[in-house]
Write a protein of this length. Structure first.
Length: 316
């Protein structure tokens, strides 16, 4: 198996899902399906997802093993955003998954192709408002809504549904920590204990068995995957790891914001959220869990004049 390495030392196995990806996803370098999981790694706004077990908990190890008669029906909440549309693009060309419900309150009644013309060839339902969505014919749901809006919606979904939440609402185990960093009450704390943090490379079996997966954030994904093997190998110190990360503007979503105008961000790099970025507690939680003791970081995120990018520089 291929590995990520430094100075000839194997640090972390490259996941088999990269080796086994099908042609339709391989060309996009984003993700693929292995076993009963679909993975997407860091493209656009906070996009990384994991679908838990397919019907009958069937074990599948290669794309050629998929039985196309076993369809997993999927709903996507927040389909008109960058994250939702990217998930739909990947699901729509997959042999097992079929998108049967798409919600977008402000664009209810419209086709997704009217927002993203590149999806015009896909067989997709029109978008509906969340309150009008019918989940009776759905096996799994991807929730691509902003943090703070997903908690009550997920709590109200049928309990038999597999749910992957791409917001930050269920990533932090400590409700008080969430409320401190996200400036508001958590409206579904009863769901926190069952949420599994979906960094699949480190907890594949837990993700496979979970009903509710808390999808990792963009920065936390790109930071934890390289740092955890280094920490476990004792190659870096655990105190005040200096991290400088760069993000494209798609990470800020599609809403119009003056700070994201081309004239505001072009020809430069713009630090933001210094000392107070909301991903800090998520990163420290994940790193600390991985090594069994406290890990602290000094994190500086930067906005770059690009659509899609996620680059991290770590200095011990």
């Amino acid at each position: 198996m291929a590995t990520f390495s430094q100075a000839g030392m194997a640090l972390f196995p490259r996941s088999t899902f990269i080796e086994d990806c099908g042609a339709s996803t391989k060309s996009s370098f984003l993700g693929n399906a292995v076993g009963s999981e679909l993975l997407v790694v860091n493209r656009g706004a906070r996009t990384r997802m994991a679908v838990t077990s397919a019907p009958k908990n069937r074990e599948i190890t290669k794309s050629s093993d998929f039985d196309q008669s076993e369809t997993v029906r999927v709903g996507v909440l927040g389909a008109s955003g960058y994250t939702g549309s990217e998930i739909i693009r990947l699901l729509a060309t997959h042999p097992v998954f079929k998108v049967t419900v798409m919600t977008a309150d402000r664009k209810a009644g419209q086709s997704l192709a009217s927002v993203f013309p590149q999806l015009i060839t896909q067989d997709l339902p029109n978008m509906v408002a969340v309150k009008d969505a019918d989940f009776l014919n759905v096996d799994a749901v991807f929730c691509c809504l902003p943090h703070g809006t997903t908690q009550e919606i997920i709590a109200a979904l049928p309990k038999n549904l597999k749910v992957v939440d791409l917001s930050a609402d269920f990533r932090l185990r400590n409700t008080a920590t969430y409320e401190e960093w996200y400036n508001g009450p958590h409206r579904a704390p009863e769901l926190q204990p069952e949420a599994v943090y979906g960094l699949t490379e480190l907890c594949r079996e837990e993700v496979r068995a979970a009903r509710l997966v808390a999808n990792p954030g963009c920065y936390p994904t790109s930071i934890q995957l390289p740092l955890i093997p280094l920490l476990k190998a004792g190659l870096i110190e655990k105190d005040n790891i200096i991290i400088n990360s760069n993000s494209g503007v798609s990470g800020a979503g599609r809403s119009a914001k003056e700070a994201n105008l081309y004239t505001e961000i072009c020809e430069g790099i713009h630090p933001y959220g210094i000392t107070k970025h909301r991903h800090v507690p998520e990163i420290e939680q994940g790193l600390s869990d991985a090594v069994g003791s406290d890990v602290t970081i000094s994190f500086t995120p930067n906005l770059m004049p690009m659509v899609i990018i996620r680059v991290c520089l770590v200095v011990e």
